[in-house]
Design a protein. Structure first.
Length: 216
């Protein structure tokens, strides 16, 4: 699936958020989970900045996503700061109440949270805290097991089953930025919830966003 994308804004304060407009997809995960690689794999270009130093993202970075041939963006991807990595993440955790929690709890156009977990290691306490937090907010979220290409099929099945036992109601899928495994499945999750969000909020006389999503 080919899409067009561009950087929209970086926010470290609620006042800096873009005006709510179209459905937004938030990407969350520990600093070394491969979050930027997942985003770049989805859009097919180096949109989100990858770094050998975890914890570089200190703001919520917003990116517009547009289908080729369409005049306006259909989605916004929100790349949230990573957590769980030494001093950087302790500093970021202190910033959560200022702009990250308000975004996750109050953002009216937030349609889906993509919670990234490294399936090569057991779920960390910070992973569980994130999933518990998302559950408490009532936000729709999907758990994406990253770096799945490093495991055999049996190992991957066991890892996802173990995580699923802790969060039986959560939707889960495996993803590899290296091989592209899970890319179409994650896009389907994104398109489905974005279409539902657009349909629920569009006036009865205006189905433009719905029609654009259905045509992809």
């Amino acid at each position: 699936m080919r899409v067009l994308s561009r950087f929209l804004a970086a926010a470290t304060d609620v006042a800096h958020f873009p005006a709510p407009s179209i459905p937004e997809i938030a990407f969350l995960g520990r600093s070394n989970v491969g979050k930027s690689s997942v985003i770049n794999s989805l859009v097919g270009t180096k949109l989100a900045r990858t770094s050998s130093t975890p914890g570089r993202t200190r703001s919520i970075n917003f990116f517009e996503i547009r289908w080729p041939g369409k005049p306006r963006p259909e989605l916004i991807f929100a790349d949230l700061p990573g957590y769980g990595y030494a001093k950087i993440s302790r500093e970021i955790s202190q910033e959560w109440p200022k702009f990250i929690e308000p975004y996750l709890q109050q953002r009216p156009t937030l349609a889906l949270c993509v919670a990234l977990v490294d399936v090569n290691v057991p779920a960390q306490q910070s992973d569980r805290q994130l999933l518990d937090f998302l559950s408490s907010t009532g936000r729709d979220f999907v758990v994406v097991g990253t770096k799945s290409d490093r495991l055999s099929n049996n190992q991957l099945s066991n890892a996802l089953r173990s995580l699923g036992e802790q969060y039986p109601s959560a939707r889960m899928l495996a993803f590899s930025s290296k091989t592209g495994a899970g890319r179409e499945e994650l896009w389907k999750e994104i398109r489905d919830v974005a279409q539902a969000k657009a349909t629920a909020e569009a006036p009865a006389s205006d189905s433009q966003i719905k029609s654009r999503l259905e045509s992809t």
